[in-house]
Design a protein around this ligand. Structure first.
Ligand SMILES: Cc1cc2nc3c(=O)[nH]c(=O)nc-3n(C[C@H](O)[C@H](O)[C@H](O)COP(=O)(O)O)c2cc1C
Length: 193
């Protein structure tokens, strides 16, 4: 797909997230989604531990996902209703495609847990880049659904594992206006002793 350096540069310079709630069809088909994920797995990984898992949620499982979120929310917030639950319904059903990225660090490795978690974050960034390379937009979201123990359990998240995020993929349904980026000089300095 990328023939020269300038194309690669343009890819990096133009990728940005879409709002999941604005995404429309088409999303990646099964083969495209598989390729997006396979590309994302080409991620630096100290010790070759592959300390990450990805669970895709198919279109016909979105309702079950919504039910999971609502049940977990009500269990954690007795009496919850109305807006809370409709927001969870909206979250579960938005965007054509959804993949859940989980950090699964290997406890008894000499590679620090932090490094393994960073590798999981790198998989997340790669997912967004791979989606962009396929002509889609992505959105990396966490929020309550990423930190609820009951939701985590439903995704087979073990002790010490973390949901890194929900990756919604699709076609941008609204203009992607650029957001402010940090000033280079605020971030980067030259070491000078
Ligand atoms: C780990 C992580 C979690 C995020 N969770 C949320 C979230 O729950 N809600 C939200 O509105 N944005 C969240 N964001 C930010 C969105 O992904 C946002 O669209 C993104 O930072 C835009 O960056 P971009 O323009 O470079 O693609 C999260 C970002 C990261 C890295």
């Amino acid at each position: 797909m990328f023939n020269d350096t300038s194309t690669l540069r343009s890819h990096l310079a133009t990728r940005r997230s879409g709002k999941a709630r604005d995404m429309i069809a088409p999303g990646p088909d099964a083969n495209e989604l598989r390729d997006i994920i396979a590309l994302a797995l080409r991620t630096p990984d100290h010790g070759k531990l592959a300390p990450w898992r990805i669970v895709t949620i198919a279109a016909n499982q979105r309702e079950a996902f919504a039910t999971l979120l609502k049940n977990a929310w009500v269990a954690e917030n007795p009496g919850a209703a109305g807006m809370d639950l409709s927001a969870l319904d909206q979250f579960a059903h938005q965007a054509p495609s959804l993949a859940v990225l989980i950090s699964t660090p290997v406890r008894d490795s000499k590679v620090p847990i932090w490094e393994q978690q960073m590798s999981a974050g790198a998989v997340g960034m790669n997912l967004l880049h791979a989606a962009h390379a396929h002509g889609f937009v992505g959105s990396w979201l966490t929020g309550w659904a990423a930190y609820s123990p009951a939701v985590a359990q439903a995704f087979g998240v073990g002790n010490g594992d973390t949901i890194v995020g929900y990756f919604f993929l699709g076609t941008a349904g609204a203009d992607l206006s650029e957001r402010p980026r940090p000033e280079y000089d605020d971030i980067v300095s030259t070491w000078d002793i």
